[in-house]
Design a protein around this ligand. Structure first.
Ligand code: ADP
Ligand code: MG
Length: 248
């Protein structure tokens, strides 16, 4: 089966488990990796366990007043507040101060009672496509305004995508590739995946999250990255299919 689904049930291990029980091979990551990548906090714990750089964070439970928002001690503004499980930047916002934090927590809580407060990294945003454990060319994501939120992700013209990231030091690009591939393995990913990064002012890379079902439309990032590596779309599709058999 080719899984082309996003979010709950499709991307979080549920459909993967169903296919597993039915004995049908399927594309992409297995049950555990799919569930882990859907949970940003568990992903970050695995990054940290593996010695991989991810911005400092706290996990909050909005429905437990004993927990939030005092639980951000040790972090300083600006922060990113996000629901633990979701995607497409839904419920994600940047908080610059205590007032902003209140608003950001309320927005995230609409999506999930479990929320992540993460130190903001100010700098360039990069995404690394990984196919069968191999890093493909990096893409820089440059929203014209603000961060890569829902609007900037899905409105044409709001964000520039640059392959390769202009002027990026080769050693930095190599390091991002190594960290990304290590993250892919730490999370147990399979087949195609995409790992999101921020670079800080010193060009040090920080892992944000991994996506186990990257978009595959004409405008999506993974196919562009594959094309830059000389892998046309039909070959990418074949390799994704082959990954289903290699696990089965
Ligand atoms: N710690 C952070 N520092 C700076 N920007 C961030 C941080 N966390 C998230 N962002 C911004 O928010 C966007 C969405 O966050 P992300 O963790 O990738 O969640 P999603 O699963 O919704 O894509 C990122 O692409 C980035 O632009
Ligand atoms: Mg993301």
């Amino acid at each position: 089966m080719v899984i082309a689904l996003h979010g709950t049930y499709g991307e979080d291990g549920a459909v993967q488990g169903l296919l597993e029980v039915m004995g049908l091979p399927y594309t992409g990551s297995g049950v555990a990796a799919s569930a882990i990548c859907m949970d940003k906090a568990i992903s970050k714990r695995l990054f940290a366990d593996g010695g991989l750089p991810t911005p400092p964070w706290r996990e909050l439970r909005i429905d437990d007043p004993a927990h939030a928002p005092d639980h951000i001690d040790g972090l300083s503004f600006p922060l990113f507040i996000k629901p633990l499980a979701n995607g497409s930047s839904v419920g994600v916002s940047r908080a610059n101060d205590a007032d902003g934090l209140k608003q950001a927590l309320a927005a995230a809580a609409e999506v999930s009672p479990r929320v992540l407060a993460e130190q903001a990294i100010t700098g360039r945003e990069l995404t690394l496509t990984i196919l069968d454990g191999e890093a493909l060319p990096l893409i820089e994501i440059r929203p014209k305004e603000g961060f890569y939120d829902y609007r900037n992700k899905y409105t044409k013209g709001c964000t520039e995508y640059l392959i390769p990231p202009p002027g990026l030091d080769e050693a930095v690009a190599r390091r991002v590739g190594e960290i990304g591939v290590a993250a892919y393995h730490a999370l147990g990913c399979h087949g195609l995946a995409r790992v999101d990064f921020m670079l800080d002012a010193d060009d040090a890379p920080w892992l944000l999250e991994a996506n186990t079902i990257p978009g595959l439309t004409e405008l999506s990032l993974a196919p562009q990255s594959a094309a830059a590596a000389g892998i046309p779309f039909d070959e990418l599709a074949e390799r994704i299919l082959a990954s289903a058999w290699s696990r089965a």
